[in-house]
Design a protein around this ligand. Structure first.
Ligand SMILES: *[C@@H]1O[C@H](CO)[C@@H](O)[C@H](O)[C@H]1NC(C)=O
Ligand SMILES: *[C@@H]1O[C@H](CO)[C@@H](O)[C@H](O)[C@H]1NC(C)=O
Ligand SMILES: *[C@@H]1O[C@H](CO)[C@@H](O)[C@H](O)[C@H]1NC(C)=O
Ligand SMILES: *[C@@H]1O[C@H](CO)[C@@H](O)[C@H](O)[C@H]1NC(C)=O
Length: 578
């Protein structure tokens, strides 16, 4: 960013905010300033995201001048809600104007994977999920490219599959499960376009934004692009695509290593691990009043660091969770106000980067570049040592997040504690079996409708009782890869429970949700800052992947489910009696 512009705009708003950190983006309409403050605090809409998604009808300078004009003739420079409404009617359009209808041209009936689903009801449901891609396709209008100053939407060259609901634009980590689903649906062009959008964003910003809006400009999300390219390559064997993507993937990797890493000496050795960290002040524009109210009564410095930590929480994808709370003892009891995401070295982020390193090394090998492969093999060896020295707990037999506040593990249960299984980032097979035992003894397997995000009901959406599709998928894949009979059985059992949960909710609501409740047989999840959303990109992607992988054994009805859960004789007797 242009420093002069930043400090000038910063000084202009000095009465409102201190400026140690830059604002979420440079726009004085969508990210910072009086207009944003007055509209959001007037609570004209149910969701703060509404206003910052509206399109301008005049240039930003014209809109700001008109606003200045109005406020300067108002008592204490504040407009009344009715005046704000009128102002918005004059200068803004309702959200959603940046897209045109788009049906993916590569969508076709009856993709092959459907034949792998034996249960007839599940097969016809899988077909309906396959149809849902058509309703989630979006193409950005050329006007967004030609007049970017009128939109908070960021132009990307290819159409996308969006998550759904209030998430009406592209999102980063969601897209991994969407793309895996698209590839099963044989929609390679659409998947490729989505990957090309991300490559475009890296070229333009140096990393991938949380989502396709200017107010997400200074934060990322869990880095899944390398794995998206891996999925695409496995489906197509397209080496030219791999060759073109690789330097850009490497650029993203360097962003994480330069801008999101921490060196820590443990037991005499310095290890480098990664964390989420967003040094950006001011409330999140899309959740403005939540952030403002949460920080009420704090000193200016404390407000600013809380807002930065909340953005780091959003960068983690887990917004929000007791996982990021740091209480006065350094543990993770506390409330949202205690969020200190950047002070935690997360197991899943480090497992994901480990898998990225392994995958980048494999890409170099495929392309015959031994020096490149050796670079990433070395990074992988260092990562494994760091994960084992800092995150692995040999007593409890699992990996824990590490707190930089007190240099100790946060030893609560989260499904992310087992992410190294999914990434296959551990040196001894015995560690996989230990981690399975940890899971069995954790109490997290006792819920009928999925593995909860934690065992703490904090009211936040990444906590008990919510279960999220990506976490189920990573856990199931991870357990499956342990390859013992017992681990595979637990993996299948979790897949069966998850499919049943999704299916029961579909029967009840004819909809797919972003998350579910671990109790209640098809009850959508809740909590957090907004209403539960329908659609839903990653939910559909995970369901399709599980239906494909376990389609020969998954069942829709609960009688046979009870049987498959191993109740054995009683079950057989019941079926016989009925
Ligand atoms: C400001 O207000 C004056 C008087 O109401 C009006 O004549 C002028 O056009 C306004 N300027 C803008 C930029 O709206
Ligand atoms: C990453 O950090 C470097 C050095 O501190 C900085 O110059 C660069 O702008 C940062 N990159 C991004 C994309 O924030
Ligand atoms: C530190 O290293 C020593 C020797 O390698 C080892 O015995 C000990 O368990 C390590 N301590 C920790 C806390 O990892
Ligand atoms: C944690 O470790 C760092 C770096 O090794 C050290 O500077 C800091 O004082 C330690 N903090 C505590 C609370 O032990």
């Amino acid at each position: 960013m242009d420093r002069v512009v930043f400090w000038a705009s910063c000084l202009a708003f000095l009465p409102v905010f201190r400026c140690t950190f830059p604002p979420p983006c440079d726009s004085e309409i969508y990210c910072t300033g009086e207009l944003l403050r007055q509209v959001q605090t007037a609570k004209l809409f149910d969701d703060d995201k509404y206003f910052v998604d509206m399109k301008l009808k005049a240039t930003p300078d014209e809109v700001l001048a008109a606003f200045q004009n109005l406020t300067s003739s108002s008592p204490d420079n504040n407009l009344k809600p009715s005046e704000l409404r009128e102002f918005l009617n004059t200068f803004f359009e309702e959200p959603g104007k940046e897209f045109e209808q788009w049906t993916p041209p590569d969508w076709h009936d009856k993709p092959l994977f459907l034949s792998k689903v034996s249960d007839a009801e599940l097969r016809s449901w899988a077909e309906k999920l396959h149809h849902l891609w058509k309703s989630l396709g979006r193409k950005i209008r050329a006007d967004v490219r030609d007049h970017p100053e009128l939109y908070s939407q960021i132009y990307t060259p290819h159409p996308v599959i969006v998550p759904g609901g209030r998430f009406r634009e592209l999102y980063y980590w969601d897209s991994y499960w969407v793309i895996n689903g698209l590839l099963l649906s044989e929609m390679r062009e659409t998947a490729r376009g989505m990957i090309q959008n991300f490559l475009y964003l890296i070229d333009r910003y140096g990393f991938i934004l949380n989502g396709g809006r200017v107010y997400y400009e200074r934060r990322s999300q869990p880095p899944f692009l390398t794995l998206m390219v891996e999925s695409y390559y496995k489906a197509t064997q397209d080496k030219d695509f791999l060759r073109a993507a690789l330097p850009v993937l490497e650029k993203e990797y360097h962003f994480w290593m330069q801008n999101r890493s921490v060196a820590r000496e443990v037991n005499g050795t310095v290890h480098v691990l990664n964390h989420y960290s967003v040094q950006v002040g001011q409330p999140r524009p899309e959740s403005y009043t939540d952030d403002l109210e949460l920080a009420e009564g704090l000193t200016e410095g404390a407000q600013e660091s809380l807002w930065a930590e909340l953005k780091a929480g959003a960068e983690s994808g887990w917004d929000f969770s007791s996982r990021w709370f740091v209480d006065s003892q350094g543990g993770n009891s506390g409330t949202l106000k205690d969020t200190r995401t950047s002070q935690i070295l997360p197991v899943d982020l480090n497992a994901l980067l480990c898998r990225n390193e392994k995958t980048l090394a494999s890409f170099y090998k495929i392309l015959g570049d031994t020096a490149g492969a050796e670079r990433y093999d070395r990074a992988l060896r260092e990562r494994l040592q760091a994960i084992e020295a800092v995150l692995w707990d040999p007593q409890r037999g699992v990996w824990f997040d590490y707190s930089l506040v007190n240099n100790r593990s946060h030893d609560a249960f989260y499904p992310s504690n087992l992410a190294p299984l999914w990434a296959q980032c551990y040196s001894q097979p015995a560690m996989g079996e230990r981690a399975l035992r940890y899971l069995q003894e954790s109490g997290a397997l006792k819920y009928p409708n999925g593995v909860p995000t934690s065992l703490t009901n904090s009211g936040q959406q990444w906590d008990l009782p919510n279960a999220w599709p990506p976490l189920q998928h990573m856990l199931i894949e991870g357990l499956w890869s342990v390859s013992t009979e017992e681990a595979e059985e637990v993996a299948f059992d979790l897949a069966q429970r998850w499919i049943r949960t999704n299916w029961l909710a579909y029967l009840k609501y004819e909809a797919m949700f972003e998350k579910y409740d671990v109790n209640g047989d098809g009850k959508p999840g809740g909590g957090g800052e907004y209403e539960v959303q329908l659609g839903f990109g990653w939910t559909n992607g995970v369901a399709l992947q599980l239906l494909e992988k376990f389609g020969d054994r998954l069942v829709s009805s609960s009688t046979s489910l009870t049987c498959s859960l191993g109740v054995g004789l009683i079950c057989i007797a019941l079926v016989w009696l009925l």
